[in-house]
Design a protein around this ligand. Structure first.
Ligand code: ADP
Length: 517
């Protein structure tokens, strides 16, 4: 069975071998097993349904939310000699009807549709007349309310499956599923969880790093100037920042393009083309840029500001190095960005999802503060088994010494407990450093034995230490009206002297004692 599949791979796509996750997924699908395939962007998910579509009798239905990409995908298939078409809002009703008629005559091996189509009972009736051996659900995380990109139209897929009477095999595909989201996808699409194929989240050619406590603009300028001839993307959180950075880079005579949703479509596509054709080396953009971009020689991806969750980060950073050559993914961290992202979430999120989004943001912040391997952090986040340290990231290559900070950690944890686990990071840090903030007196915290026991440090240093203890899960964060800190089981072990805490030696600048604010 796989031999025939391999021949089709060669014939239509020109590749000699499947990648490892592709073999497992295709085998599973060809055996008629409902399957969930989780592979990073660029991993090669499309082949996982395109090859089965060629061997199975009938028309494979591909559900995808990316209307703007459907035409390109279908054109590419047609060029590879595979009959395929799409039906979505970009074509007229007459054209859609024509295509449906041809589909019924068995002309196409693949039919791409947008999920909104499934809202029409008429369309569902039409589908019933097609032999559909396989339904591929692309961007399957959109079905989960716990995903970072939930789309209500995806809920119609469940109804469609019921309507079609359980005949087709289901293949759900996504690049971004945490364990919770993959459970949800499986539940919604009748997939047994053991039929999940997760592979290849590790990108061995990418080295990740988080830069803290530096002037970001200066860092960025220095970086792009020393990498003048390399292609790179700079992501910023807002259109305004994109415009500002663009202006600065252009003033410095760098070859730069920009992209954000505030620009006209013509401008955006012109800028995108300039970057794709290597007329410029740098693209400054918001997260609006990059979907479906297959530029292979991107050598670096710098996040000028922290994104709102790990899914977005890994997807965007992962656009670097698609050709397999060494590339860098750098995140420039500033604690202000946490406030910006929190504000954006609070403005735009429906209240039922608020604490969920804030928790995702929390994990993004944890990534910025962990002192363990960054690649391992990412793999664990996406549910891959704990691997070895990558040896390439900013943390693995950080040669500062590990020092024992157990006593300081105990002071922090003990203070959190004494403050009844009802306060946030900065306030705890203020109590520990003996701040004269009025609020401390109001709560009577100046009499706590932990008041001022870390007065040799600055509030900033203690806040950073707290962030580190959160990232290492000694401290948890509860997202109520305000985020409040509590001591986790791990943290309790530290308080009881059962665990020690090691931290990379801090650079001396962070130890300078600040005067009380
Ligand atoms: P995804 O949908 O997972 O982001 P794609 O399906 O677009 O990824 O594939 C990414 C790239 O990898 C494409 O250029 C594709 O042609 C290529 N590719 C896929 N499978 C293989 C393979 N077995 N061998 C070599 N290249 C492959």
């Amino acid at each position: 069975m796989m031999e025939a599949a391999r021949q089709l791979l060669k014939k239509h796509f020109g590749y000699d071998e499947f990648r490892s996750g592709q073999v497992q997924t295709i085998q599973s699908v060809l055996q008629g097993i409902n399957t969930l395939c989780i592979m990073p962007t660029g991993g090669g998910k499309s082949i996982c349904y395109q090859i089965p579509a060629l061997t199975l009798q009938g028309t494979t239905l591909v559900i995808s939310p990316l209307i703007s990409l459907m035409k390109d995908q279908v054109d590419a298939l047609n060029q590879a000699g595979i009959p395929a078409t799409f039906i979505n809002s970009s074509i007229s009703t007459a054209e859609a009807n024509d295509r449906m008629e041809l589909a019924k005559q068995g002309v196409y091996k693949l039919l791409y549709i947008a999920p909104e189509r499934l809202e029409s009972t008429y369309f569902l009736q039409e589908l019933r007349e097609l032999p559909i051996p396989l339904i591929a659900v692309d961007e399957a995380h959109c079905i989960s309310q716990w995903g970072h990109d939930f789309r209500p139209s995806y809920l119609h897929i469940r109804k469609t499956l019921d309507y079609l009477g359980g005949q087709p095999t289901i293949l759900a595909l996504t690049a971004t599923a945490t364990p919770q989201v993959s459970t949800d996808i499986c539940h919604c699409l009748s997939i047994h969880e053991q039929n999940t194929v997760v592979t290849g989240f590790e990108r061995k050619n990418l080295s990740f790093s988080v830069i803290k406590g530096q002037n970001r603009e200066q860092y960025l300028m220095d970086y792009v100037k020393t990498n003048l001839h390399e292609s790179g993307i700079i992501y910023a959180a807002t259109r305004k920042t994109v415009d500002q950075l663009y202006a600065k880079l252009e003033k410095a005579s760098l070859r730069v393009a920009r992209y954000h949703a505030g620009m006209s479509e013509a401008e955006r596509s012109r800028e995108q083309d300039r970057f794709l054709r290597d007329e410029v080396t740098i693209m400054v953009a918001t997260s609006a840029f990059g979907m479906g971009i297959d530029k292979s020689n991107i050598r670096y991806c710098i996040h000028f500001q922290m994104p709102k969750n790990m899914e977005s980060y890994y997807q965007e950073a992962g656009r670097a190095g698609r050709d397999g050559l060494d590339s860098e993914c750098i995140l420039l961290y500033s604690s202000q960005d946490v406030q910006i992202q929190r504000f954006l979430i609070e403005q735009s999120t429906d209240p039922t999802r608020m604490s969920f989004e804030l928790e995702k943001l929390r994990q993004m912040v944890d990534y910025c503060h962990t002192e363990n391997c960054l690649q391992s952090f990412i793999l664990q986040y996406f549910g891959e088994k704990e691997g070895l340290n990558c040896g390439r990231c900013g943390n693995c290559t950080d040669d500062r010494e590990l020092i024992d900070v157990t006593t300081d950690a105990q002071k922090v944890l003990s203070c959190i407990v004494r403050m009844k686990q009802r306060f946030g990071k900065t306030f705890v840090a203020k109590v520990l450093t003996g701040s004269r903030d009025k609020k401390i007196k109001e709560f009577g915290f100046q009499v706590l034995p932990t008041y001022g026991i870390m007065s040799v440090y600055s509030v900033k240093y203690v806040s950073d230490l707290i962030e580190f203890l959160i990232a290492e899960e000694y401290i948890g964060v509860e997202h109520g009206k305000f985020p409040t800190l509590f001591v986790t089981m791990n943290g309790k072990d530290v308080l009881l002297g059962k665990k020690t805490v090691q931290r990379k030696e801090q650079r001396t600048t962070t130890l300078i004692i600040e005067s009380d604010e």
